[in-house]
Design a protein. Structure first.
Length: 355
């Protein structure tokens, strides 16, 4: 690893429908972050098609990684660009990439394998360690990237298209899963309701946009599993929407969207505060794609203020899948667990990492 800085990590994220690469120094300084979204490719199908996602990752991964390296002041070999009259500094990649990280799961296995294979190839070519990263742990590190002075412990409400989790975070690598969905994830429910109402894809932004013109109190929808532990259930809420519209076809779509969104947000916020009380958390962090939802952000901020809890709402670019969070998690894992063996594969159903 002569000439390279082990603190500088190139990370690749291809777990679903974003091809992303980032360079992060010391696990906290984002030197570059590039994300190529596939939303337009999948919109015609109303959801992510695994085969389409995999092919798109193959087509996009080289230019995305090259752009991330270039933006960090590095060449295609992961070493500082040589420019007349200019010397490389730690702020632009230091002595070059010292490790390559990639998401190894959970996610779509075909998509994951594109990123994992490419990352391993770079690690071998450059003679640096490869680090496999759990995508869910990456979302926790997204919070710390933007708020490194967050007082712990905190409860992280991780809500996305594939996952809904309540995690107590006591420190890097020290987690406790407090609750999770027993059926549909919150983002999945948004997608299904949006598809049923003909609002388009992705469902989260489509429902939020339609709900702006609706009355959130128009329909009395259930709040599943409220008062029943810290697990979630969203399948019944989605079914309740379908049954109501079938019985009342005249109901304005905006009212349905607003009432559904209000019910989902209510469940998420109330359970997050319950979890914070259970573990004596100092605050609540949002993470995952659904964390970009405006009403959820507003409701959580208001509820935390009323409960005397700190709240951290990540930027919307940190909510969605990105490689900067994978690099931060990879930096930590390299120092605690060491490199990942090159014969390690991808796991579509990888569980949240044990503490």
């Amino acid at each position: 690893m002569t000439g390279r800085d082990a603190d500088v990590v190139l990370a690749i994220e291809t777990s679903c429908d974003e091809t992303a690469a980032a360079v992060v120094s010391a696990g906290r300084d984002v030197l570059s972050s590039v994300v190529s979204s596939q939303v337009e490719l999948h919109a015609r199908y109303g959801g992510v098609v695994p085969e389409v996602a995999g092919r798109a990752h193959v087509e996009r991964i080289v230019p995305v990684v090259e752009e991330a390296l270039r933006a960090a002041g590095l060449d295609r070999s992961g070493l500082p660009l040589c420019r007349p009259g200019r010397e490389a500094t730690a702020g632009d990649g230091g002595s070059g990439i010292g490790a390559v990280a990639a998401t190894v799961g959970p996610g779509l296995v075909g998509a994951l394998l594109v990123g994992v294979s490419f990352a391993k190839s770079l690690a071998m070519a450059w003679g640096v360690p490869f680090v496999g990263v759990n995508h869910l742990e990456g979302h926790l590190f997204a919070s710390l990237l933007e708020a490194p002075d967050t007082e712990l412990p905190v409860v992280v409400l991780l809500v996305s298209g594939g996952h809904t989790l309540l995690v107590a975070m006591y420190g890097a690598g020290r987690y406790e899963v407090l609750g999770e969905t027993v059926d549909d994830a919150a983002g999945e429910a948004f997608d299904k309701v949006a598809r049923y109402l003909g609002l388009g894809y992705p469902g989260g932004p489509a429902v939020e946009a339609a709900a702006q013109a609706g009355d959130a109190r128009a329909i009395a929808l259930p709040r599943p599993m409220i008062g029943d532990g810290l697990d979630f259930s969203f399948s019944g809420l989605k079914t309740a929407v379908v049954h109501y519209v079938e019985r009342h076809p005249e109901v304005p779509t905006a009212d349905v969207a607003a009432s559904f969104q209000a019910a989902a947000v209510d469940v998420l916020v109330r359970k997050a505060l319950d979890a914070a009380r259970v573990v004596g958390a100092r605050g609540v962090c949002l993470a995952g794609g659904v964390a970009a939802n405006g009403p959820l952000r507003e409701a959580l901020a208001s509820a935390c203020a009323g409960a005397g809890l700190a709240v951290f709402l990540p930027s919307r670019t940190m909510c969605t899948d990105n490689a900067a969070m994978i690099a931060a998690a990879g930096h930590y894992r390299l120092r605690t667990d060491g490199p990942t063996t090159l014969d390690a594969g991808a796991s579509a159903g990888l569980r949240f990492p044990a503490a």
